[in-house]
Design a protein around this ligand. Structure first.
Ligand code: SF4
Ligand code: SF4
Length: 258
């Protein structure tokens, strides 16, 4: 409507249209900051006026609240992210919000260099990259809160607390396959959604920690009689077993050879 009505708003923006504000993933926002954007504005339909049964704008809201806390955690000013609800007929409001947000971001200055930020650019890049890798894990752990429907704006600040988010990152869970227990049944490798488990017939399986999204499927899938997958929290993951030591020599085979 703003375009049709020839309303003026800042040109220092890139508009990305999505079918629903609920489609704006946490990863998208973090990617925008990783790509050097100084601010991100999410525009959604008015709450309770969603065209779909999903009420995606509530999802967008909780995601934005979580993202703001994550931004605080890595030292970014959370005001660089804003979510606004408006109808498609409110062109005036859209132009107004765009102008206002553009000015706010200009006042904050370049990403990481604003008042109270002062983060080294390389450090910021690596922090954002680290957090982006954890997005599936974060969404899984905060699944329940992300599905909340906050009707009262007074609830916004309380949904995620600073301590909770600090703890989330200090207690990140990793999964490790105990080489002494793995029986190479291949169940975990077949179930891993991102092919992060390296293994094969008669080979002790190993988790590629770079690829692992910490979904916990292997932990659930490993047969109880083996119990080879362990959860590790707040401690470094042991290094993977060298490839040349991964072959399992079965006792029956050993006997035959003797
Ligand atoms: S935790 Fe999930 S992603 Fe990671 S290795 Fe296990 S199944 Fe794969
Ligand atoms: S499911 Fe357990 S025993 Fe089977 S390959 Fe994976 S870690 Fe090893």
């Amino acid at each position: 409507m703003a375009g049709v009505s020839r309303l003026q708003y800042t040109t220092e923006t890139r508009l990305i249209r999505v079918m629903c504000s609920g489609r704006v993933d946490l990863e998208f926002v973090l990617r925008a900051f990783s790509n050097g954007m100084d601010g991100v504005l999410i525009g959604g339909c008015r709450l309770n006026e969603c065209n779909y049964v999903t009420h995606g704008n509530y999802h967008a809201l909780t995601m934005a609240l979580l993202c703001k806390r994550i931004m605080e955690h890595i030292g970014l000013n959370p005001e660089r992210l804003r979510i606004e609800f408006m109808s498609s007929a409110e062109g005036n409001r859209f132009a107004e919000v765009m102008g206002e947000f553009g000015n706010n971001v200009k006042e904050l200055g370049p990403l990481g260099k604003g008042k109270g930020e002062g983060i080294d650019q390389n450090e910021l890049k690596s922090k954002l990259a680290e957090i982006r890798k954890l997005v599936p894990y974060i969404k899984l752990v905060k699944n329940e809160k992300l599905a909340s429907r906050l009707v009262n704006p007074e609830e916004y600040d309380k949904l995620f607390t600073k301590d909770e988010i600090d703890r989330l990152f200090s207690e990140v869970i990793s999964y490790y396959i105990d080489p002494e227990k793995c029986q190479a049944c291949t169940t975990c490798a077949k179930r891993c959604p991102v092919e992060a488990i390296v293994g094969g017939k008669n080979l002790i399986h190993v988790i590629d920690q770079e690829k692992c999204i910490k979904c916990g499927t292997c932990f659930e899938a490993c047969p109880t009689k083996f119990g080879a997958v362990t959860k590790i929290s707040g401690e470094p993951v042991p290094p993977p077993l060298p490839e040349e030591k991964r072959t399992i020599v079965r006792k029956s085979k050993e006997k035959k050879e003797n």
